[in-house]
Design a protein around this ligand. Structure first.
Ligand code: NAD
Length: 255
């Protein structure tokens, strides 16, 4: 597909961004809108979304809620071209730290949430000339981060699921890719830092542990997502962009 450089890259396209009311998701919603997309935000907390977006109260761990959200977007805009599966939650500790109930809860959001939203949107994506799914994964999928067993397992599933979906829907013209952020400066990480005895010292230590000596910004992640979601990435599917200061590409170990 050739692009018309006189038009914004995502002009006329409709995008769903899950978890779009905060952090990385909010930056993605902003970036997609700036490129001309109409953006629907699915979030537990839709009132926190930028009012210029179509915010829908959706819990990605509830299939009926997801299907109602997708129906609301289709009714409002008459099409769905882009799905950004970004909603996710963290979990700390080794495999002994969390019982079955917590494993199921985090999987239900981080993995099945992606399945539910994509599944509900597929009939619309099949009708789009520029269909794309981008899933927010993490360095945790492949880095062997200590004390992140459950979270890493969910992101490993996001990675393999994204490749499987890319293969399944290739000939339907639906591309599926992931973005893999390193530690990003979002409300999630700010909450974790805020619970430390000395938040400023904890932040300095966290920054020093990153390969490039600082946290990743949500805007850097959003820029990569916007590229993968756009027709300019029309020959790119089943792959990932790392936004991690070089950790994955340089095969660095988290310290
Ligand atoms: P955040 O906590 O700032 O934002 C997450 C958003 O998701 C919130 O608005 C929240 O309300 C929403 N959400 C949570 N559960 C939901 C549910 N069941 N249904 C609908 N919405 C729900 O987090 P963030 O740091 O912006 O993280 C966003 C994504 O990026 C997550 O998938 C996370 O795993 C991934 N990620 C984050 C980092 C990081 O360091 N912050 C690094 C790598 C990957």
């Amino acid at each position: 597909m050739t692009s018309d450089t006189t038009q914004p890259e995502l002009a006329d396209l409709v995008a769903i961004v899950t978890g779009g009311a905060s952090g990385i998701g909010a930056a993605i919603a902003e970036r997609l809108a700036s490129k001309g997309a109409q953006v629907a935000v699915f979030d537990l907390n839709p009132d926190a979304a930028d009012p210029k977006h179509f915010a829908v109260p959706v819990d990605v761990s509830d299939d009926a809620s997801v299907r109602a959200g997708v129906a609301a977007v289709a009714e409002r805009f008459g099409r769905i071209d882009i799905v950004i599966n970004n909603a996710g939650i963290g979990a700390q500790g080794t495999i002994e730290a969390n019982g079955d109930e917590e494993w199921h809860r985090v999987y239900d959001i981080n993995v099945l949430g992606l399945v539910r939203v994509s599944r509900a949107a597929l009939p619309w994506l099949r009708q789009s000339p520029a269909a794309a799914i981008v899933n927010t994964c993490s360095i945790a999928a492949t880095a062997g981060l200590p004390e992140r067993a459950l979270y890493s397992a969910t992101k490993g599933a996001v990675l393999s699921l994204s490749q499987a979906m890319a293969a399944d829907h290739l000939r339907e013209g639906i591309r599926v890719n992931t973005v893999n952020p390193g530690t990003a400066d979002t409300p999630w990480v700010q909450r974790l830092l805020g619970s430390a005895a000395d938040p400023a010292a904890e932040r300095a230590a966290l920054e020093a542990r990153q390969p490039h000596g600082r946290l990743v910004s949500a805007d850097e992640v959003a820029a990569a997502v916007a590229y993968l979601a756009s027709p300019l990435a029309g020959s790119t599917t089943g792959t990932s962009i790392a936004v991690d200061g070089g950790m994955q590409g340089l095969r660095l170990r988290p310290i």
